[in-house]
Design a binder for this molecule. Structure first.
Ligand code: FE2
Length: 290
């Protein structure tokens, strides 16, 4: 059997494709990400994103970011008094979740012929990009992303989503590269984040997990250090994580998720829903230009 990226994704749960973007292309996306960080401070609302706490679950801001370019700050960027204690340029955790629709540069790369070719290789019939994020992982404050499956957040069946993850700077063990639990995508979806069916107004959490977080042995994870411009394809069911960035180098990355729309159900319980301003467009026919 030919060793296709589809076979490799089926076998390992991830695929590493080096030199997917050229250095100048990484630089263009990096500059756009840095510009977003500077614009973030013109925005009054400061929402902290953390995968270790529950703060984002209680925040409407997160759910309503499906059709916006919204800013999420690092928890460690603020002191106990709420004042920013790092330089504004390194205070963001991420920006999301509609860069692929609303931002001319991110849109251009998301709907590129190269991305379409990868989707065809993977066998997508009606692929659709449903969310996008610029992730900063800034030096010192860049937080941990705990072990998880992307299908916990974006549940589709029978086919899970595929994550496209592209570091724009070299991703190393020191600055928080991905770590994969190879083969774990064959063990089903371990838990889900769902919209809280409890309509009780006393209930503050709009989103809840259906089960506690599983414990994964840290010795089972493989680090995936890659140079910038590499595309890492992430099977929706593979368990992965990244460590906090304790180094002095940032690790910016652009990432988006593709679902299959043909004969595949998108869960109405997912936090992210298709909206008038955030349609799940057909990737093969969506123009790169806004
Ligand atoms: Fe993930």
């Amino acid at each position: 059997m030919r060793d296709t990226i589809r076979n490799q994704l089926d076998q390992d749960g991830y695929v590493v494709l080096e030199d997917f973007l050229r250095p100048a292309e990484c630089d263009e996306l990096l500059a756009a990400g840095v510009e977003l960080a500077m614009q973030a401070h013109e925005n009054d609302q400061k929402c902290v994103f953390s995968t270790t706490g529950k703060q984002q679950l209680q925040d409407k801001y997160f759910i309503e970011s499906n059709d916006k370019i919204s800013y999420f700050f690092e928890a460690d960027a603020f002191g106990p008094d709420g004042a920013l204690q790092v330089d504004p340029s390194v205070s963001l955790n991420k920006v999301g979740h509609a860069l692929h629709l609303l931002h001319p540069i991110f849109r251009c790369y998301t709907y590129s012929d190269r991305v379409k070719a990868v989707c065809r290789e993977l066998g997508f019939k009606e692929p659709s990009v449903v969310q996008s994020m610029y992730i900063y992982k800034n030096p010192g404050v860049g937080g941990e992303v705990v072990a998880h499956q992307d299908a916990t957040y974006l549940y589709t069946e029978p086919l899970p989503p595929v994550g496209f993850w592209i570091p724009l700077e070299d991703a190393t063990i020191q600055n928080g590269c991905l770590w994969m639990l190879r083969g774990s995508h064959k063990s089903g979806v371990h838990r889900r984040l769902i919209r809280n069916p409890d309509k009780d107004k006393e209930s503050k959490q709009a989103l809840i997990y259906d089960t506690p977080s599983p414990i994964y042995p840290s010795s089972s994870f493989t680090p995936i250090p890659v140079s910038r411009g590499t595309l890492v394809l992430i099977h929706g069911n593979v368990v992965h994580k990244s460590a906090p960035n304790k180094s002095e180098k940032s690790r910016h990355a652009y990432t988006f998720h593709v679902i299959e729309k043909k004969d595949n159900a998108y869960s109405p319980d997912n936090w992210l829903q298709e909206g008038e301003n955030a349609p799940f467009l057909d990737l093969y026919t969506t123009p790169q230009m806004i």
